[in-house]
Design a protein around this ligand. Structure first.
Ligand SMILES: [Zn+2]
Length: 454
């Protein structure tokens, strides 16, 4: 771990600065100086950005990327994709889960993410029975995070039902299910597993209003009064319609009517909001967990970003299904979805002269840090030294100044501009490649070949 890092340019909370010297203690930034002379050890990197968090991921889905892109007998949707996902996850053993997670986490690091919120709902064995260690698969996620070096907030998922009104779960959901007692033991096991991972955080995730009954949601919130709370909500039109049929309320309306939603909360997707729901969410201090690439892949719909941002709403981005892992790619897709919906350009930039990439990057940085309860809100004292360093001589960045670096990264170069990535001051990626790339990728490819034959 480096105690001193020096960058020729860096994005600091107060703006861009030249010749930035960071000192770190135990991976945490201890001092920040700009216009500093290079230290004897020389220059660490060219253009330093604070690392973004992927606030929503299901790592196992990385291994089914590309397997659900063939048209079925009727019109395809989220729900037909979910059937493919259920068949696929029925094949996975614990070592498969770990190999896939390590590969996905490594790709996140190579693609500009330094922390991840793993919304972990695959709990039981292939027949649906708990493992002898109820937190076996949570432990595999923790081990994979350790192998990759990424910052982890683990979000064990409570999942009990197959639809609104406590409809019984079906066969494809057998590996997810817990009652409240089983979930308590799972979370305690996950807490123990996380002790092995410095800086890790623990939250909880009631899966959705489909999978969690109202009394169960209240019991979860009573039992865990601290730490992040993440929930999938209003991703699909059918989900909104089913929620209205069940309760007379839309999902986000129902949540705000029944629960005190505050800055502990991350509402994942929140795609289908009306004007009042958009206002309530923005005013609550909660984070909207947007997953633009997955939402586009699944045909979910478009978040009301411009209205939400105009009301000061907080958001971050997540890689969710991990069909394509890219921090700049998520921000680009987010902006492009807005351009297509509004038939306008630079929708996310709030004022004349604002950089769109810079606006999105700063917002996703703050929202991701809040949603994951991780000290990754920027290059300042007390925050972890999580840094994405871009190559200043990339063709899209050679003449860049200030936020044009972020625009070039987000809209043109993408992850190809990434030179180095640090987590807690430790350099994990160099020349765009993770230091454990070959071993992690080989293990992943062996796993995929094995699963293909299963
Ligand atoms: Zn999800």
């Amino acid at each position: 771990m480096a105690d001193t890092l020096f960058f020729t340019r860096a994005l600091l909370p107060e703006g861009w600065a030249d010749n930035v010297l960071l000192t770190c203690e135990h991976g945490v930034i201890h001092s920040v100086r700009h216009d500093a002379p290079p230290p004897p050890a020389g220059i660490s990197g060219a253009v330093a950005l604070p690392g973004l968090a992927s606030l929503h991921s299901h790592t196992f889905q990385r291994a089914m990327a590309g397997l659900a892109e063939t048209r079925g007998p009727s019109s395809d949707s989220f729900w037909s994709w979910r059937q493919v996902m259920y068949r696929f996850l029925g094949l996975l053993d614990p070592e498969d889960v770990e190999a896939i997670a390590a590969f996905a986490f490594m790709e996140m690091l190579e693609a500009g993410f330094t922390a991840v919120g793993e919304f972990h709902y695959l709990h039981h064995d292939r027949t649906g029975n708990p493992y002898a260690d109820r937190a076996e698969l949570a432990g595999r996620i923790v081990a994979a995070a350790g192998t990759s070096g990424i910052g982890l907030t683990l979000l064990p998922v409570f999942y009990a039902h197959g639809g609104f009104g406590a409809v019984p779960a079906h066969e494809g959901q057998r590996r997810f299910l817990n009652d409240l007692d089983g979930f308590q033991r799972l979370v305690e096991g996950a807490r123990t597993a996380l002790l092995a991972l410095p800086g890790a955080r623990l939250g909880i995730a009631p899966h959705s209003l489909r999978a969690v009954a109202p009394d169960e949601l209240q019991a979860l919130l009573a039992a865990w009064s601290e730490g992040p709370v993440h929930i999938h909500i209003a991703e699909q039109v059918k989900e909104v319609e089913d929620c209205i049929a069940w309760s007379g309320r839309r999902p986000v309306e129902w949540l705000f009517d029944h629960v005190a939603v505050d800055d502990r909360w991350c509402l994942v997707h929140a795609t289908h909001l009306n004007e009042a729901e958009t206002r309530h969410l923005a005013e609550s201090g909660a984070v909207a967990g947007l997953c633009p690439i997955t939402e586009a892949n699944l045909g979910d719909g478009t978040f009301r970003l411009a209205e939400y941002m105009a009301r000061g709403g907080r958001f971050g981005v997540g890689t969710d299904s991990n069909v394509e892992i890219s921090a700049p790619g998520e921000l680009r897709q987010l902006e492009y979805s807005q351009r297509l919906a509004h038939r306008a350009r630079n929708v996310s930039a709030m004022a004349e002269g604002d950089s769109t990439g810079g606006t999105l990057y700063r917002a996703a940085l703050a929202g991701g840090a809040q949603a994951l309860a991780q000290p990754v809100a920027g290059l300042q004292v007390g925050q972890r030294a999580d840094i994405v360093c871009l190559a200043a001589d990339h063709p899209d960045l050679v003449a860049a100044t200030a936020d044009r670096h972020v625009d070039g990264y987000v809209f043109c170069a993408g992850r190809a501009a990434i030179d180095q990535v640090y987590v807690g001051g430790t350099r994990l990626v160099e020349g765009g490649r993770h230091r454990g790339h070959a071993a992690i990728a080989n293990r992943y490819k062996d796993t995929i070949r094995k699963l293909a034959g299963r």
